[in-house]
Design a protein around this ligand. Sequence first.
Ligand code: ADP
Ligand code: ZN
Length: 224
Amino acid sequence: MDIITGNVGWIEVICGPMFSGKSEELIRRLRRSMIARKRVEVFKPIIDDRYSALEIVSHGDLRMTSQVVNNAGEIMDQLDWRSEVVGIDEANFMGPQLVDVAQRLADSGKQVIVAGLDTDYLGRPFPPIPELLAYAESITKTLAICVRCGNPAKHTQRLRGSEDLIVVGAAELYEPRCRRCFEPGIPKQAEMDFVKARQAQKTDHREESRPRIHTGIRGTEEEV
Ligand code: ADP
Ligand code: ZN
């Protein structure tokens, strides 16, 4: 969505799981601002150097030159204060100061466009995105396609076990899943295995105890 408010600042948040098109949408909006001859700057956290140190890159290979910062506080140091539009990608890795930084930028008249994961690999709200949503003028929730069933996906499934909140990686480590196909972590998986094992046990038991009757045809039995 493009919001037109004259020259007052505001915050736009684009959030959703991995592969949902957050970076694409961020790049699209920033390009439109450049077409409108606005001064645009883009920042990304140093942790995300999966594809390129100096660009934000979408999974579909859209690219845009960006500046790298260790945390949100550094945006204030690096920013050219003449910039009218400030894009921030991978915002969930920017740290808690991001809320204050985005507020200050918006209060000083800048259009702040933030893209980031709204939930972590266990499906929990991923700070500081939830708090930013409360301060934002505009919120866009992007959904991916569930790789298991093709439904809209709001979860980021981690494929290999690790208890760390931040494990950076792309297709080989994460995939989007819908609510139904999402398996958050080992405890739920273990629980499902337990349920499956119990069901298998019951089936075996039924198999043994199921009464059988002769149909009259030689060599056949019918179950009831
Ligand atoms: P995000 O920033 O949310 O991780 P990107 O903008 O980098 O997403 O990438 C979105 C692109 O990823 C889509 O346009 C599509 O080409 C590609 N893609 C690959 N797998 C999927 C998927 N399962 N669901 C949706 N898009 C996918
Ligand atoms: Zn699914």
